[in-house]
Design a protein around this ligand. Structure first.
Ligand code: SF4
Ligand code: SF4
Length: 288
């Protein structure tokens, strides 16, 4: 009885298969459009910080992902693999090398796209590549930890609800003391508020005075606001690491809580890790 040895590792095969499910028209356009003119090179801060090292050039980094697309999902790579520099991944070590590029050599800032005459958007398919690797459990250790906490506990620092509420109440006492007003409040779960204010878990865990600072602004403005007891983490590591399921779940928790409280606007504090490009959204225009 003969046995067949796979030429590719289990994870490498999963990454290639998953790529076929995640490619979008926009990504395919960017994966095929690069003419290697080099006009984007000096726009990348990694290139500026590492002069003389061509492996930081946007086109070089993009080619590490592009070669997989060409080999498995583009006819040119199947017919003329050497001409179009098509290639594949076979081992977990190669996936680790890809991880170091897509997480460690590109921030998805899109500065190169602004300078590209062909409109190549590296950030879209770099994020896709991050997601492919996360899908098989290959990602930086810190990213894995916070993503797990965000999925399982509901926020990236694993703060329990009772600790969150207790910290808000502590800051409310500070607010009353500093404002010399015993009626000053940091409302939690107040329905029909004008603003629902969500924060970065770092504020609860390491820097609660930033919550107090925001509360003082709301107090001085006489604003009608509330902080939700759940769905309050406005960071989103699913957007960061390319895990669409996590990204959707985290954003959904926030929006669902705003809907539940019938808040009119969502305001997020500093540092959103790409949660949204705007800091304030009028939620009254959303369908409920
Ligand atoms: S500017 Fe655009 S086309 Fe030119 S090398 Fe960079 S990504 Fe490719
Ligand atoms: S998206 Fe930003 S970090 Fe990534 S290659 Fe382009 S300029 Fe560099």
């Amino acid at each position: 009885m003969s046995s067949t040895k796979n030429e590719r590792s289990y994870k490498a095969q999963k990454v290639i298969d998953r790529m076929g499910q995640k490619l979008t028209r926009q990504m395919v356009g960017s994966l095929t459009a690069c003419v290697h003119c080099g006009m984007c090179t000096d726009s990348c801060h990694y290139v500026l910080a590492n002069p003389g090292d061509p492996t930081f050039a946007p086109a070089y980094k993009a080619d590490r992902i592009r070669r997989l697309f060409k080999r498995h999902y583009d006819w040119t790579g199947k017919v003329f693999p050497k001409w179009v520099k098509a290639g594949s991944v076979f081992t977990d070590e190669e996936l680790q090398e890809l991880k170091d590029i897509v997480f460690g050599k590109c921030t998805n800032c899109r500065r190169c796209t602004v300078n590209c005459p062909m409109g190549v958007d590296l950030a879209t398919f770099n994020r896709m590549a991050r997601g492919l690797l996360c899908y098989v459990g290959i990602m930086p250790e810190g990213v894995e930890y916070v993503a797990k906490e965000q999925w399982e506990i509901g926020n990236q620092m694993g703060v329990l609800k009772e600790d969150y509420v207790e910290t808000i109440e502590w800051q409310e006492e500070e607010l009353q003391s500093e404002m010399e007003d015993p009626t000053a409040k940091i409302p939690i779960d107040k329905p029909d508020s004008n603003i629902v204010y969500v924060i970065n878990p770092r504020e609860i865990k390491h820097d609660p005075r930033s919550i107090l600072d925001a509360a003082k602004i709301f107090y001085a403005a006489g604003e009608d606001y509330t902080m939700p007891s759940e769905g309050w983490d406005m960071t989103n590591f699913g957007l960061f690491n390319g895990d669409d399921e996590l990204g959707g779940a985290v954003a959904g928790r926030v929006y669902d809580k705003v809907d539940e409280l019938r808040g009119k606007k969502l305001v997020i504090s500093e540092c959103g890790h790409g949660y949204r490009s705007t800091r304030c959204e009028d939620t009254s225009k959303r369908e409920r």
